[in-house]
Design a binder for this molecule. Structure first.
Ligand SMILES: Nc1ncnc2c1ncn2[C@@H]1O[C@H](COP(=O)(O)OP(=O)(O)OP(=O)(O)O)[C@@H](O)[C@H]1O
Ligand SMILES: [Mg+2]
Length: 207
């Protein structure tokens, strides 16, 4: 039986890693094979360049950034397809909605973003869980978590407001034909997880 992709996405500090880890743990407990991908993939050659950019060590324009973030996912396309083919639940801690939301908020043309992403034919998630928090909550969480270590995107409230608007748009448009659900991500992590578990069973997603 083929597997499927579940993607957690949303602005900084929405709880993507928290929910990805909880889902992986619950699926492992019931003996289901899970693969986890987290983007940007800082271990990859592309991710290393992204890290340098986020830390302010190098400059890139929005076109370079869009293509680099996209490339960081495209490099895993074959692997992701293999994981699905062998029946895994593939959990994405950020995926293409992130690239579109952040780069279009940074000035990349939305229609071109859609076209480029579509040309690359990245495997489409069965479910995109949009973890919804306000920009204020995002800032509170990130500054509590990281103090002064926040990266260049995380510093900028106006920018993050635009990113959130892009996520809202992707959600409204149900981008890429995936099923989307929006969850109030200010709820307790365990409660959010239970909502997700209510939608996901070992062999399918039912929204
Ligand atoms: N539902 C929640 N309620 C309160 N705090 C939360 C919740 N979920 C996560 N957090 C906390 O918020 C912070 C960010 O969580 P997490 O790393 O899971 O978010 P993220 O979306 O992966 O962030 P980033 O965008 O930076 O990768 C952590 O300190 C985490 O413990
Ligand atoms: Mg994260």
């Amino acid at each position: 039986m083929a597997g499927f992709i579940i993607c957690f996405d949303g602005i900084d500090g929405a709880g993507k890693k928290t929910q990805s880890d909880l889902l992986v743990k619950s699926m492992n407990e019931i003996g289901k094979n899970v693969s986890l991908h987290s983007y940007p993939d800082y271990e990859s050659r592309y991710g290393k360049i992204i890290r340098e950019f986020l830390d302010g060590k190098i400059e890139m324009d929005v076109n370079e950034l869009f293509l680099l973030y996209l490339l960081d996912m495209v490099k895993d396309k074959k692997t992701i397809k293999e994981e699905i083919a062998r029946g895994d639940i593939v959990v994405m801690d950020r995926y293409f909605p992130t690239t579109i939301a952040y780069q279009c908020a940074g000035g990349f043309d939305y229609d071109n973003a859609r076209k480029l992403e579509e040309v690359m034919k990245l495997p489409v998630p069965s479910l995109i869980v949009y973890l919804d928090v306000s920009v204020e909550v995002s800032f509170e969480r990130k500054s509590k978590q990281k103090g002064h270590q926040v990266d260049r995107f995380e510093k900028d409230k106006l920018y993050l407001t635009k990113v959130k608007e892009m996520y809202d748009r992707l959600y409204e448009e149900k981008y890429s034909g995936a099923q989307w659900i929006k969850i109030d991500a200010t709820e307790k992590p365990e409660d959010i997880h239970q909502k997700v578990m209510g939608l996901v069973s070992v062999d399918r997603v039912q929204v």
